[in-house]
Design a protein around this ligand. Structure first.
Ligand SMILES: C[S@@+](CC[C@H](N)C(=O)[O-])C[C@H]1O[C@@H](n2cnc3c(N)ncnc32)[C@H](O)[C@@H]1O
Length: 230
Protein backbone atom coordinates (compact mmCIF):
# COMPACT_ATOMS: atom_id res chain seq x y z
CA UNK A 1 0.00 0.00 0.00
CA UNK A 2 2.72 2.48 0.86
CA UNK A 3 4.74 3.84 -2.02
CA UNK A 4 8.35 4.88 -1.60
CA UNK A 5 8.85 4.47 2.15
CA UNK A 6 10.35 7.05 4.52
CA UNK A 7 12.64 8.38 1.81
CA UNK A 8 9.64 9.86 -0.01
CA UNK A 9 8.28 11.38 3.21
CA UNK A 10 11.58 13.30 3.57
CA UNK A 11 11.78 14.23 -0.10
CA UNK A 12 8.25 15.66 0.01
CA UNK A 13 9.20 18.08 2.80
CA UNK A 14 12.31 19.07 0.85
CA UNK A 15 10.28 19.72 -2.32
CA UNK A 16 7.67 21.70 -0.38
CA UNK A 17 10.42 23.78 1.26
CA UNK A 18 9.10 22.84 4.72
CA UNK A 19 12.07 21.51 6.66
CA UNK A 20 12.56 23.75 9.67
CA UNK A 21 11.84 21.58 12.70
CA UNK A 22 11.24 24.67 14.89
CA UNK A 23 8.47 25.99 12.62
CA UNK A 24 4.80 25.34 13.12
CA UNK A 25 3.66 24.34 9.64
CA UNK A 26 0.28 22.99 8.64
CA UNK A 27 0.64 20.28 6.00
CA UNK A 28 -2.01 18.36 4.05
CA UNK A 29 -1.73 14.88 2.52
CA UNK A 30 -4.45 14.42 -0.13
CA UNK A 31 -5.29 10.69 -0.34
CA UNK A 32 -3.34 9.73 2.79
CA UNK A 33 -3.92 5.94 2.72
CA UNK A 34 -2.68 4.41 5.99
CA UNK A 35 -1.05 7.70 7.07
CA UNK A 36 2.55 6.45 7.01
CA UNK A 37 4.00 9.56 5.34
CA UNK A 38 2.21 11.82 7.83
CA UNK A 39 3.56 9.82 10.77
CA UNK A 40 7.14 9.95 9.50
CA UNK A 41 6.83 13.70 8.84
CA UNK A 42 5.30 14.35 12.28
CA UNK A 43 8.47 12.84 13.75
CA UNK A 44 10.69 15.01 11.53
CA UNK A 45 8.77 18.23 12.29
CA UNK A 46 7.82 18.06 15.99
CA UNK A 47 6.15 21.51 16.04
CA UNK A 48 3.99 21.02 12.96
CA UNK A 49 0.44 19.82 12.41
CA UNK A 50 -0.78 17.43 9.76
CA UNK A 51 -4.08 16.62 8.10
CA UNK A 52 -4.84 13.62 5.91
CA UNK A 53 -7.84 13.37 3.60
CA UNK A 54 -8.73 9.78 2.75
CA UNK A 55 -11.86 8.59 0.94
CA UNK A 56 -11.69 4.92 1.92
CA UNK A 57 -13.26 4.66 5.37
CA UNK A 58 -11.37 1.49 6.26
CA UNK A 59 -8.03 3.18 5.55
CA UNK A 60 -9.09 6.37 7.31
CA UNK A 61 -10.18 4.43 10.42
CA UNK A 62 -7.07 2.28 10.45
CA UNK A 63 -4.76 5.27 10.09
CA UNK A 64 -6.58 7.00 12.99
CA UNK A 65 -6.00 3.91 15.16
CA UNK A 66 -2.29 3.82 14.31
CA UNK A 67 -1.93 7.57 14.96
CA UNK A 68 -3.63 7.17 18.36
CA UNK A 69 -1.47 4.18 19.26
CA UNK A 70 1.60 6.31 18.55
CA UNK A 71 0.26 9.21 20.65
CA UNK A 72 0.27 11.57 17.67
CA UNK A 73 -3.46 12.37 17.59
CA UNK A 74 -2.96 15.97 18.75
CA UNK A 75 -0.86 16.69 15.64
CA UNK A 76 -2.25 14.38 12.94
CA UNK A 77 -5.92 14.41 12.05
CA UNK A 78 -7.55 12.31 9.34
CA UNK A 79 -10.72 13.32 7.53
CA UNK A 80 -12.68 10.69 5.65
CA UNK A 81 -13.69 12.77 2.62
CA UNK A 82 -13.70 12.85 -1.17
CA UNK A 83 -11.06 15.20 -2.63
CA UNK A 84 -13.40 16.01 -5.48
CA UNK A 85 -16.17 17.23 -3.16
CA UNK A 86 -16.15 21.03 -3.03
CA UNK A 87 -18.45 20.97 -0.02
CA UNK A 88 -16.32 18.51 1.99
CA UNK A 89 -13.13 20.46 1.36
CA UNK A 90 -14.75 23.80 2.20
CA UNK A 91 -15.84 22.28 5.52
CA UNK A 92 -12.25 21.19 6.17
CA UNK A 93 -11.02 24.70 5.34
CA UNK A 94 -13.53 26.18 7.79
CA UNK A 95 -12.19 23.93 10.54
CA UNK A 96 -8.49 23.87 9.75
CA UNK A 97 -7.77 27.10 7.88
CA UNK A 98 -5.22 27.26 5.06
CA UNK A 99 -2.15 25.04 4.59
CA UNK A 100 1.56 25.83 4.21
CA UNK A 101 2.03 22.90 1.85
CA UNK A 102 0.00 20.12 0.25
CA UNK A 103 1.09 16.80 -1.24
CA UNK A 104 -0.53 13.79 -2.81
CA UNK A 105 1.03 10.44 -3.60
CA UNK A 106 -0.61 8.35 -6.28
CA UNK A 107 -4.16 9.39 -5.46
CA UNK A 108 -5.21 11.90 -8.16
CA UNK A 109 -4.83 9.21 -10.85
CA UNK A 110 -7.82 7.41 -9.25
CA UNK A 111 -10.11 10.46 -9.42
CA UNK A 112 -12.09 11.28 -12.53
CA UNK A 113 -12.45 15.05 -12.22
CA UNK A 114 -8.83 16.14 -11.79
CA UNK A 115 -9.60 19.80 -12.36
CA UNK A 116 -12.06 19.80 -9.48
CA UNK A 117 -9.47 18.15 -7.20
CA UNK A 118 -6.83 20.70 -8.20
CA UNK A 119 -9.29 23.57 -7.69
CA UNK A 120 -10.32 22.27 -4.26
CA UNK A 121 -6.68 21.86 -3.21
CA UNK A 122 -5.73 25.32 -4.53
CA UNK A 123 -8.40 26.85 -2.31
CA UNK A 124 -6.91 25.16 0.76
CA UNK A 125 -3.45 26.68 0.26
CA UNK A 126 -1.77 29.85 1.49
CA UNK A 127 -0.27 32.19 -1.12
CA UNK A 128 3.13 31.11 -2.56
CA UNK A 129 2.81 27.60 -1.10
CA UNK A 130 3.49 24.46 -3.07
CA UNK A 131 1.41 21.46 -4.08
CA UNK A 132 3.50 18.34 -4.79
CA UNK A 133 1.55 15.73 -6.74
CA UNK A 134 3.27 12.41 -7.45
CA UNK A 135 1.07 10.79 -10.08
CA UNK A 136 0.64 8.56 -13.11
CA UNK A 137 0.25 10.26 -16.46
CA UNK A 138 -0.62 8.86 -19.86
CA UNK A 139 1.63 8.91 -22.91
CA UNK A 140 1.08 8.01 -26.55
CA UNK A 141 1.59 4.28 -25.77
CA UNK A 142 -0.74 4.09 -22.77
CA UNK A 143 -3.51 1.55 -22.99
CA UNK A 144 -6.16 3.61 -21.21
CA UNK A 145 -8.51 0.64 -20.82
CA UNK A 146 -5.80 -1.49 -19.21
CA UNK A 147 -4.92 1.42 -16.91
CA UNK A 148 -8.58 1.79 -15.98
CA UNK A 149 -9.38 -1.89 -15.48
CA UNK A 150 -6.14 -3.04 -13.86
CA UNK A 151 -4.71 -0.04 -12.06
CA UNK A 152 -7.92 1.84 -11.26
CA UNK A 153 -6.86 4.95 -13.18
CA UNK A 154 -9.67 7.29 -14.14
CA UNK A 155 -9.58 9.76 -16.98
CA UNK A 156 -5.77 9.64 -17.11
CA UNK A 157 -4.15 12.85 -18.45
CA UNK A 158 -0.88 13.61 -20.21
CA UNK A 159 1.80 15.79 -18.61
CA UNK A 160 0.77 18.83 -20.62
CA UNK A 161 -2.93 18.30 -19.84
CA UNK A 162 -2.04 18.23 -16.12
CA UNK A 163 -0.05 21.46 -16.55
CA UNK A 164 -3.08 23.04 -18.26
CA UNK A 165 -5.37 22.01 -15.43
CA UNK A 166 -2.93 23.50 -12.92
CA UNK A 167 -2.79 26.76 -14.85
CA UNK A 168 -6.57 26.94 -15.27
CA UNK A 169 -7.17 26.75 -11.51
CA UNK A 170 -4.53 29.41 -10.85
CA UNK A 171 -1.22 27.64 -10.10
CA UNK A 172 1.94 29.20 -11.49
CA UNK A 173 5.49 27.95 -12.15
CA UNK A 174 4.54 24.28 -12.55
CA UNK A 175 7.38 21.78 -12.86
CA UNK A 176 7.42 18.07 -13.70
CA UNK A 177 10.11 15.52 -12.88
CA UNK A 178 9.85 12.22 -14.75
CA UNK A 179 10.22 9.21 -12.43
CA UNK A 180 9.16 6.51 -14.87
CA UNK A 181 12.41 4.54 -14.83
CA UNK A 182 12.69 4.44 -11.04
CA UNK A 183 9.03 3.41 -10.80
CA UNK A 184 9.74 0.58 -13.25
CA UNK A 185 12.42 -0.80 -10.92
CA UNK A 186 10.21 -0.32 -7.85
CA UNK A 187 7.15 -2.07 -9.30
CA UNK A 188 9.24 -4.92 -10.73
CA UNK A 189 10.91 -5.52 -7.37
CA UNK A 190 7.65 -5.30 -5.48
CA UNK A 191 5.94 -7.89 -7.70
CA UNK A 192 9.02 -10.13 -7.51
CA UNK A 193 9.27 -9.88 -3.70
CA UNK A 194 5.58 -10.59 -3.24
CA UNK A 195 5.67 -13.61 -5.53
CA UNK A 196 8.57 -14.98 -3.46
CA UNK A 197 6.99 -14.49 -0.08
CA UNK A 198 6.62 -17.85 1.63
CA UNK A 199 3.28 -17.07 3.19
CA UNK A 200 1.33 -15.72 0.25
CA UNK A 201 -2.02 -14.53 1.56
CA UNK A 202 -3.68 -13.22 -1.51
CA UNK A 203 -3.70 -14.39 -5.09
CA UNK A 204 -5.67 -11.23 -5.97
CA UNK A 205 -2.87 -9.03 -4.67
CA UNK A 206 -0.24 -11.06 -6.47
CA UNK A 207 -2.16 -10.70 -9.75
CA UNK A 208 -2.63 -6.99 -9.14
CA UNK A 209 1.09 -6.45 -8.51
CA UNK A 210 1.93 -8.44 -11.63
CA UNK A 211 -0.43 -6.24 -13.64
CA UNK A 212 1.12 -3.07 -12.24
CA UNK A 213 4.61 -4.40 -12.98
CA UNK A 214 3.55 -5.34 -16.50
CA UNK A 215 2.10 -1.86 -17.00
CA UNK A 216 5.30 -0.18 -15.91
CA UNK A 217 7.79 -2.45 -17.57
CA UNK A 218 6.08 -1.91 -20.91
CA UNK A 219 5.92 1.51 -22.57
CA UNK A 220 2.42 1.94 -21.18
CA UNK A 221 3.18 3.57 -17.91
CA UNK A 222 4.76 6.86 -17.11
CA UNK A 223 4.68 9.14 -14.17
CA UNK A 224 6.48 11.46 -11.87
CA UNK A 225 6.18 14.50 -9.68
CA UNK A 226 4.37 17.75 -10.43
CA UNK A 227 5.22 20.74 -8.28
CA UNK A 228 2.77 23.63 -8.55
CA UNK A 229 3.07 26.95 -6.75
CA UNK A 230 0.08 29.05 -5.66
C1 LIG B 1 -2.55 4.21 -4.39
S1 LIG B 1 -3.15 4.71 -2.84
C2 LIG B 1 -1.85 5.76 -2.19
C3 LIG B 1 -1.97 5.98 -0.72
C4 LIG B 1 -0.87 6.85 -0.09
N1 LIG B 1 -0.88 8.20 -0.64
C5 LIG B 1 0.50 6.22 -0.27
O1 LIG B 1 1.37 6.80 -0.90
O2 LIG B 1 0.70 5.13 0.23
C6 LIG B 1 -4.37 5.91 -3.33
C7 LIG B 1 -5.17 6.45 -2.17
O3 LIG B 1 -6.00 7.51 -2.61
C8 LIG B 1 -7.27 7.35 -1.99
N2 LIG B 1 -8.30 8.01 -2.79
C9 LIG B 1 -8.77 7.62 -4.01
N3 LIG B 1 -9.74 8.46 -4.44
C10 LIG B 1 -9.87 9.41 -3.47
C11 LIG B 1 -10.72 10.56 -3.34
N4 LIG B 1 -11.63 10.87 -4.27
N5 LIG B 1 -10.60 11.31 -2.22
C12 LIG B 1 -9.68 10.98 -1.27
N6 LIG B 1 -8.86 9.91 -1.35
C13 LIG B 1 -8.95 9.13 -2.43
C14 LIG B 1 -7.44 5.85 -1.94
O4 LIG B 1 -8.46 5.44 -1.06
C15 LIG B 1 -6.05 5.41 -1.53
O5 LIG B 1 -5.86 5.41 -0.16
Amino acid sequence: MRYGGDEIAHKILFDLGLQNKFSNYKILNAGSGFGSDLIEQANLLPNSNFIGIEYNKKYADLSCKIIHALGLESRIKIYCADLSSKYALLKIREKEGLFDGVYSNLAVLHIKNKKLVYDNIYKLMKENCKFRNEDYVSNSFTDIKFAEDKIGCQNLKTISEMHNIAEQVGFKNSLFEDLTSSWREFTKNRAFNYANMQDKKSKIKENFLNDVALFFTSKNGSGGVFIHTK
